[in-house]
Design a protein around this ligand. Structure first.
Ligand code: SF4
Ligand code: SF4
Length: 332
């Protein structure tokens, strides 16, 4: 049975990009060096920012990201520090290369999930998007993490380039004994937002036909399946997570966004100043969250208007949900 996961004030999420450097060069990478710099945060700064966020949020879920966060030599120190500060859960998002022997330096009590990114059921499709050898490295990383009793997630970013292989993922998830399956919609930011980008979004019809069906099949094999709602049904209320939820997307140049759709622009609502979180001057994303439009998400209309269509009378043909609204299917 699928459920919509409404975001709430009670559940805080801190998405912490501790560096932007990566060993890969994926064709749809969302990291934007012009906007987020090339800095690797020192462990001292990471600890100060973690403490600041822990003081501001209650029992937040913490997700370490990059670039590739395992390239940071002190990631294990950051994980242990976060645990002591009382974060409710700690996840490490990785491309699977698991640098600096990270699996040897942390325990399943300290890291709730390692989340692996894979964009194809076959090396050919995945490696065309993420680079030669990445399918092998990622699946080997999942096996190593499972062998050490870590829980794992797999993130599959759906685009026109890999939609056809999504239906083959449930078998692979089962074989790898993955615990959670996140289907992601490709965001038109970073490289994917540039003119002539290789990865384009799938159509609304493709999304509605294919994604819930594959998620149901994955859940039937014992995986917890999660995917973004994207299109609201007529009776669904619209809500902007920027107004009603508590999410922070931190970048190493100090910018802190509440909405991931803003990340290609200097629209961050907060920034770190002297290691304290401070509101950014207007106009920023906070001002935009207030706007109510018939198309649903205002940022979607501003930054990726090509996702919208209109009736001959000029009304929106459908509403776009907040990108942080998810559908969830628990394992069968
Ligand atoms: S692994 Fe992630 S950060 Fe690295 S290039 Fe690919 S999408 Fe970008
Ligand atoms: S995606 Fe849209 S609805 Fe969600 S936080 Fe951003 S602006 Fe608000």
């Amino acid at each position: 049975m699928k459920q919509t996961v409404a975001f709430t004030k009670e559940a805080s999420n801190v998405f912490f990009h501790i560096l932007t450097r990566c060993n890969l060069n994926c064709r749809h990478c969302y990291i934007n060096y012009q906007q987020h710099g090339k800095k690797t945060l020192s462990i001292e700064t990471i600890q100060k920012w973690l403490a600041e966020m822990a003081g501001r949020t209650k029992n937040a879920n913490l997700i370490f990201l990059g670039g590739e966060p395992t390239l940071h030599p002190d990631l294990s120190v950051a994980v242990k520090a976060a645990r002591k500060m009382g974060y409710a859960s700690v996840t490490i998002d990785t491309n699977g290369y698991l640098f600096h022997h990270i699996l040897e330096k942390v325990t399943p009590e300290e890291v709730d999930y390692f989340s692996f990114s894979l964009d194809g059921a076959e090396p050919e499709t995945n490696d065309a998007l993420r680079g030669k050898g990445t399918f092998e490295a990622c699946t080997a990383g999942i096996r190593k993490a499972k062998a050490k009793a870590f829980k794992t997630s797999l993130i599959y970013t759906v685009s026109a380039a890999n939609l056809r292989e999504l239906q083959r993922m449930p078998e692979l998830l089962e074989a790898l004994k993955v615990d959670r399956f996140f289907i992601q919609v490709i965001g038109l930011r970073g490289k994917a937002g540039k003119k002539g980008a290789v990865c384009s979004p799938v159509t609304r019809t493709q999304w509605l036909e294919e994604i819930p069906r594959v998620a149901r099949r994955a859940a039937a094999t014992g995986v917890h399946a999660v995917y973004p709602k994207v299109y609201l049904d007529d009776a669904d209320p619209f809500a902007c997570a920027g107004l009603v939820a508590d999410n922070y997307f931190i970048f190493p140049n100090g910018r802190v966004y509440r909405c991931p759709l803003c990340e290609d622009y200097p629209l961050h609502g907060f920034r770190f100043r002297d290691d304290r979180l401070a509101a950014a001057p207007p106009i920023n994303e906070t001002d935009l969250f207030q706007l109510s439009i018939p198309e649903g998400c205002v940022l979607n209309k501003l930054v990726q208007p090509e996702t919208l269509t209109y009736t001959p009378g000029g009304s929106p043909a459908y509403r776009i949900a907040c990108c942080l609204l998810k559908e969830e299917i628990p394992p069968a």
